[in-house]
Design a protein around this ligand. Sequence first.
Ligand code: PMP
Length: 406
Amino acid sequence: MSLNIDKIREQFPILKSEIYGKPLAYFDNAATTHKPQRVINRVNEVYETINSNIHRGVHYLSNQATLAYEEARNKTQAFINAKNSYEVIFTSGATAAINLLANSFGDTYINEGDEILISTMEHHSNIVPWQMMCKRKKAILKVIPINNDGDLVLEEFEKLLSPKTKLVAVTCVSNALGTVNPYEEIIVKAHANNSLVMLDASQAVQHLKVDVQELDTDFLVFSGHKIYGPTGTGVFYGKEKFLNEMEPWQGGGEMIKTVTFEETSYNELPFKFEAGTPNIAGAIGLGEAIDFVSELGVENIAAYEEDLLQYATDKFNTIDGMRIIGTAQKKASVISFLVKDIHPFDMGTMLDKMGLAVRTGHHCAQPIMAFYKIPGTLRASFAVYNTKEEIDRLVEGISKIAALFG
Ligand code: PMP
């Protein structure tokens, strides 16, 4: 089904903005997407009509808020096709989800000398929590290399798998390069080696169909705000068996069954991993965002964005002095680039004055920048509301600035 992009755009109030007198063209979607009116309304509605703390209340509002929160969990379960809704843990984002896993997994399964395998193209949030855990548990962090195109070197991945590899934690899609990794293959190979797998789907769920049962991934994380949902929301998925075995990360209200000063017993799933009052309105808003994406159809979004990416890549390649960083065989929605010797910050600032919002810098992926021996890039990342006309404006803007710099 082809999408009606004009109709979709109408649902995003911020897209009507003017920046320095120019219509906003927003290409920073890998950092965060905008929110459709229905998500904004849903969050407001929670505060206006059912605001209350969840799970523990006997009163009407608390029951309504609990129902809405749990309904959002069910929607998330259906969206990623988890077997059980209690395998979906709400967090404040992908970062919190990875920290949760690093701590819980580390405390439960990791001994001195064990190995965790990540890749060169991970976001810092899928590097640092593992480094911290490895330091604490005297474990070893190993890294799958990439090649110049920005593809993982799979032969090296296979060589790095060892009897000590307890977990492979990789991103589905690189936020800095746009590479779509062969995560299906990674899972099969890791499992054959008796290693578990965590997928960072922060840049995947908004662009590609992700089915945790079909993939057979053991863990998966993503952030709500990159999939048209509120900031401060995210998802940690884990297979029931491991969630039951793992120690909780954070202690507090909600995650307990009984507490005495001598001993505490933990609550059942998913509450064992949701200590304290969660972002109730946010999670409900995320449920609404998931409805928005599901109604459009992730496959339809993927097809539309693939066409945009191809169009933009072809146009970018006509610009004098253009260097696209990351030319992997399979990419999703991201073009990282440099033009001539122009500093990304200068180019980004000048594009901003034209109403063209791109991101500049290392994109929280400094090891990638070190690999390419560059300080950073400009990054244009696309969402379902971007158009070819906007890309034309971006290409025109980049070309003008490139010409200015001679
Ligand atoms: N992983 C990837 C691949 C990302 O792109 C990001 C955000 N840029 C994160 C993790 C962290 O997400 P958050 O800051 O929402 O926790």
